[in-house]
Design a binder for this molecule. Structure first.
Ligand code: ADP
Length: 348
């Protein structure tokens, strides 16, 4: 698949803006010129009607100041005709000037409109190309690790059973990582739309299912979970909310030290339910906090520690799910003393 460079998006945007602006201008000018032609024709016909018919002059006299004169048709005709010709000429000049103004103002307006129309499309294309390049960059790491270890094993003259088993074990681990990564990417794409069915779901059920999923990790680190979730019904999609709660719980375990405690509490605030997950883990620095919901973002401290594997996709998926529920994830964290992630979601 050819790489979409930001520069190619820019040039596409520029040329498309030009084409669209020209189309808009063409429409404006067709309307303006069309209107002018119709207006000129109608007005010029109306002006022509000012010349009286020949019968008007027959046996007609008219007082002009001091005396009475016989009206002569040809003099008046000439006079009227000149006035009409002048009127038509003036009308034509004014309409031409009006159309020139329409051309200049329409040009500027068309360009501004074209930019406005295409800006969201350009943003979407840029986001798409960033997504593809981020994803391929992240996919490359486990694939390279897989290839290198297998090549090294192949170069060996002899491979003992234990070496072969170690290699297979490593391959399975890397395959698992790749699966998690592709699952995360698919999840992100899946949550791009907003068409989910919402129903009344008990928070206790959501938390219960999420806890079942993370219990093995928690018991491996001897972490206990203090579950004080009350009976509150929220408006949501159960499967998605379980995924969201699992991400928050999984992070709380992943970024906590062994034998620590994770506290889960609920509260009501107006029409919202609050579910908070508090850990006593490594915390998040003030400089990292604004970025943790960005795709593929991982704080340096999280990367450096072993057994804190991840791709920086969890929270961006959690945020998308929250957005789909008109919910919010609020984070409070102090470095080295812990973090609290609170889900604020409409009650049912
Ligand atoms: P991942 O955990 O796979 O790195 P996430 O998107 O879930 O990706 O989290 C992004 C980053 O936010 C993590 O790398 C970590 O630095 C930080 N983070 C998230 N949850 C916690 C937590 N409970 N305690 C400390 N840091 C956290």
């Amino acid at each position: 698949m050819p790489e979409i460079k930001p520069s190619s998006i820019k040039s596409f945007y520029k040329s498309t803006t030009g084409k669209l602006a020209l189309t808009y201008l063409l429409i404006i000018m067709i309307m303006s010129v069309g209107f002018s032609v119709v207006f000129y024709k109608t007005s010029s016909n109306q002006l022509g009607r000012q010349i009286p018919p020949p019968s008007f002059y027959e046996n007609r006299t008219q007082g002009f100041g001091r005396g009475t004169v016989q009206i002569r048709g040809s003099d008046f005709d000439e006079f009227f005709q000149n006035r009409i010709d002048e009127g038509r000429k003036e009308l034509l000049i004014r309409l031409i000037i009006l159309n020139l103004v329409a051309l200049i103002a329409g040009g500027a307006l068309s360009y501004a409109l074209a930019r406005r129309t295409l800006r969201p499309i350009e943003d979407a294309m840029e986001a798409q190309s960033r997504f593809v390049s981020d994803a391929s960059h992240e996919l490359r790491t486990p694939i390279t690790a897989l290839r290198t270890t297998n090549e090294v094993a192949l170069r060996k003259q002899r491979l003992s059973i234990s070496d072969a088993k170690e290699l297979i074990h490593h391959n399975i681990e890397e395959a698992e990582k790749l699966k998690n990564l592709t699952d995360g990417l698919l999840s992100l794409l899946k949550h791009d739309g907003n068409n989910i069915s919402l129903s009344s779901v008990p928070l206790q059920d959501i938390v219960g299912e999420a806890m079942n999923q993370v219990l093995p990790q928690a018991s491996e680190k001897n972490i206990s979970i203090d579950d004080q979730v009350q009976k509150i019904n929220v408006l949501g999609n159960k499967q998605l909310l379980v995924q969201l709660a699992t991400i928050l719980l999984d992070n709380a375990i992943k970024y906590s030290d062994e034998k620590s405690v994770i506290y889960m509490k609920t509260a009501i605030e107006g029409n919202y339910a609050l579910l908070s997950i508090k850990d006593e883990g490594i915390g998040i620095s003030a400089s990292d906090l604004p970025h943790i919901f960005d795709r593929f973002y991982r704080a340096d401290r999280s990367r450096s520690k072993i057994n804190r594997e991840g791709y920086g996709l969890g929270l961006s998926i959690a945020k998308k799910i929250a957005d789909q529920h008109n919910a919010e994830i609020i984070v409070e964290s102090t470095l080295d003393s812990g973090s609290t992630f609170t889900l604020k979601i409409p009650t049912a």
